[in-house]
Design a protein around this ligand. Structure first.
Ligand SMILES: [Zn+2]
Length: 199
């Protein structure tokens, strides 16, 4: 199949033309007529930097709550809580106490890592195609043709943020504000788009 507007070859199941942005499916994008007099073609709309930043803030709150809810029972189940409560800092703040603190730190760090990963990968590959924050703001994660991504693609996008984080001054994230398809660095690495679709 070829794009009716620009003639580019389309991928199977494409929701819009990756070359010119013509949308074939209302599921891909919403149409915002800029000028009522001019007949508008449905175009895909990318999620911009500030919407994505707000979604990130919402997700951060959800993740912190999730880590607390899930890691605190883990903390007690593993016996670390009981161990900590037996330590009396004023008398026997010994080597064991330090090891327990290190264990607690790693428990929370590991729980955060896994929860953050699964939160993004499972939700962005789900029917929502979005985390809670993205869903609230009408953003969806898709591949380059506007299709839903699978779990491993979403996982790739999530861990590609490690690379994005290595770029100084948040430039890897700010790229979502000025690249052609509003992609952050991790979107480019994983071949993903963030579309804005009011639902
Ligand atoms: Zn086209």
């Amino acid at each position: 199949m070829y794009c009716s507007k620009c003639g580019a070859l389309l991928a199977d199941g494409a929701m819009f033309c990756a070359a010119c942005g013509l949308a074939f499916s209302t599921a891909a994008a919403i149409v915002r007529p800029m000028n009522a007099q001019v007949a508008t073609v449905p175009r895909v709309e990318y999620g911009g930097f500030w919407l994505r930043f707000l979604a990130y803030l919402i997700d951060s709150v959800v993740i912190v709550l999730g880590v607390c809810v899930l890691a605190i029972p883990l903390f007690f189940l593993t016996g670390l809580g009981a161990f900590l409560s037996e330590i009396h800092p004023e008398e026997d703040w010994n080597e064991n106490g330090v090891w327990v603190l290190i264990a607690v730190f790693f428990l929370f760090a590991a729980a955060s890592l896994v929860i953050t990963w699964l939160y993004h990968a499972l939700m962005e590959s789900s029917e929502w195609q979005a985390t809670v924050g993205k869903k609230a703001l009408g953003l969806v994660v898709t591949d380059m043709e506007g299709r839903r991504v699978g779990f491993w693609r979403a996982t790739g996008r999530h861990f590609a943020k490690i690379v994005t984080n290595m770029v100084p001054a948040f430039i890897g994230f700010i790229m979502a504000g000025f690249t052609e398809k509003k992609q952050a660095l991790h979107d480019m690495i994983a071949g993903c788009l963030i579309l804005h679709r009011e639902s």
